[in-house]
Design a protein around this ligand. Structure first.
Ligand code: C2O
Ligand code: CU
Length: 473
């Protein structure tokens, strides 16, 4: 097909014109991109959607060569996609068939602390944990992954991660899963089958890129527009995502909800744990590589092609991209006397000079508060994730965030030697005895102690809350 050949040649030409050699020949991308299956729930009598997940060991040939030991949910690597709507009651049945204790955290979910799946909700080998909650938040691309203190990096690197999609209201964006609504879980791997996830300053930075567990995948698309839900599920790598042909695309959502309106860009950046939803238009008959390009950090070195997208010659019509997005959450409004809390990241194993201690409550927050959290980074690259909340970035060293990154989020890049200020909207579930976490989502840093704990309490009771909690395990 002459047109495809020309496109491939154009790709190569463009890449060398930019001064970088193409990381790979587009022809090398020929394995069908894996799309994690949707997890079918069973419906209980009261309408509760029950989802069953089993953490298990297996073997996968992720990269060329011998299969290696991998871990997954309901399969050998990664996990199925969970999809629920705002208002749904959900119950998760999580069974641990690993040989060691783990947890499952619902990253991005607004839920009671006891359901959060952080280090305080361990699941022993052979045990089952059954959290339940009512989904009540804007449409989001969230995800789930283990969070056992000190071992998150290893458990996630082995493959334990999955997507959790929340729908809210009628679909105005492409939303046929696997057709024009496609998850892209980005992970980088090294050839060593059992690398030390705590080595060096940043832990594992791979040079082999997987998308949904597929190395050099190929995705066929058949519609004029496709929504991609991109999750950085890597241990440390920061991605700067572009298309090899330089095409622009629209960002429609971030970690914690839709943007007010689509924002046209030709590049987005994601640190570990962050998500972005984009809508990409195709003309038909073209093929294009999605790639990440080097930045100026230690955690974004290297140009890598991630996946090849091949558009059918004739594309099915898609609904037009709306000018305003329904269901976008209202801006977080900071009250004049808002509490300001400061968090200092220096080194890689402490926040405000203190290593994570599971028995210590670091912060006590009144339910429903909006606060300013100021995160100062005195060293190299970090990011910052807060459980349970949605926040908006006020500024980074005084500068407003780029438009596409100005929506509701739960994880944010904190550049070297800079200060990020966040307007944080806390939720309404109170539990003075069970903390939520905040931490660097570079998993090597999280595991070595760059993490703290906060509880949400009835307003007015902040001073009565014990600052140490008993540990039961
Ligand atoms: Cu994605 Cu505390 O985690
Ligand atoms: Cu860090």
């Amino acid at each position: 097909n002459r047109r495809q050949f020309l496109t491939a040649a154009a790709l190569t030409g463009l890449a060398s014109a930019c001064g970088s050699t193409p990381a790979t020949d587009p022809a090398a991308f020929r394995t069908q991109l894996r799309v994690p299956p949707l997890l079918e729930p069973s419906r209980g009598e009261d309408g509760t959607l029950a989802f069953a997940l089993t953490m298990q060991r297996g073997r996968s040939a992720l990269l060329p060569g011998e299969p290696v030991e991998t871990w997954g949910f309901n399969g050998p690597y990664l996990g199925p996609t969970i999809r629920a709507s705002r208002g749904d009651k959900v119950r998760m049945t999580v069974t641990n068939r690993l040989a060691e204790t783990s947890t499952v955290h619902w990253h991005g979910m607004r839920l009671p602390a006891g359901m959060d799946g952080g280090p305080h909700q361990p699941i022993e080998p052979g045990a089952t944990w059954s959290p339940h909650w009512t989904v009540d938040q804007p449409a989001t691309t969230s995800w789930y992954h283990p969070h056992p203190h000190g071992a998150t990096a290893r458990h996630v690197y082995r493959g334990l991660a999955g997507m959790f999609i929340v729908d809210d209201g009628p679909a105005e964006l492409p939303s046929r899963y696997g057709v024009d609504d496609i998850p892209l879980i980005l992970q980088d791997k090294v050839l060593d089958p059992a690398p030390d996830p705590l080595k060096g300053t940043f832990g594992i930075l791979g040079d082999h890129m997987l998308v949904n567990g597929t190395y050099r995948g190929l995705l066929n698309v058949r519609t004029e527009r496709v929504r991609f839900r991109v999750l950085n599920g890597s241990n440390a790598r920061r991605y700067h995502l572009t298309f090899a042909d330089g095409r622009s695309f629209h960002v429609v959502g971030g970690d914690a909800g839709p943007l007010a309106a689509p924002v046209e860009v030709d590049r987005v950046s994601l640190t570990p744990g962050e998500r972005v939803e984009v809508v990409v238009s195709f003309t038909g008959g073209e093929q294009v590589l999605l790639r990440t390009v080097s930045g100026s950090d230690d955690i974004d070195e290297g140009d890598f092609d991630l996946v090849k997208i091949v558009a059918a010659p004739r594309l099915a019509a898609s609904p037009p991209l709306p000018g305003r997005l329904a269901g976008a959450p209202a801006p977080v409004v900071v009250p004049p006397q808002a509490t300001v809390r400061r968090f200092r990241l220096n080194g890689h194993d402490a926040i405000n000079g203190q290593e994570m201690d599971m028995s210590r409550i670091d912060e006590v927050v009144p339910a429903g508060a909006v606060e300013i959290w100021e995160v100062e980074n005195t060293v190299y690259a970090h990011n910052f994730h807060i459980h349970e909340v949605a926040f908006q970035v006020l500024d980074v060293d005084g500068a407003k965030p780029e438009k596409w990154a100005a929506g509701h989020k739960d994880t944010v890049y904190v550049p070297p030697k800079s200060t990020v200020r966040l307007a944080v909207q806390f939720g309404k579930f109170t539990d003075p005895g069970t903390p939520y976490m905040y931490h660097c989502h570079l998993l090597r840093h999280e595991d070595s102690g760059m993490m703290g704990q906060f509880v949400i309490v009835e307003p007015g009771t902040e001073n009565q809350v014990p600052r140490t909690i008993p540990l039961h395990h």
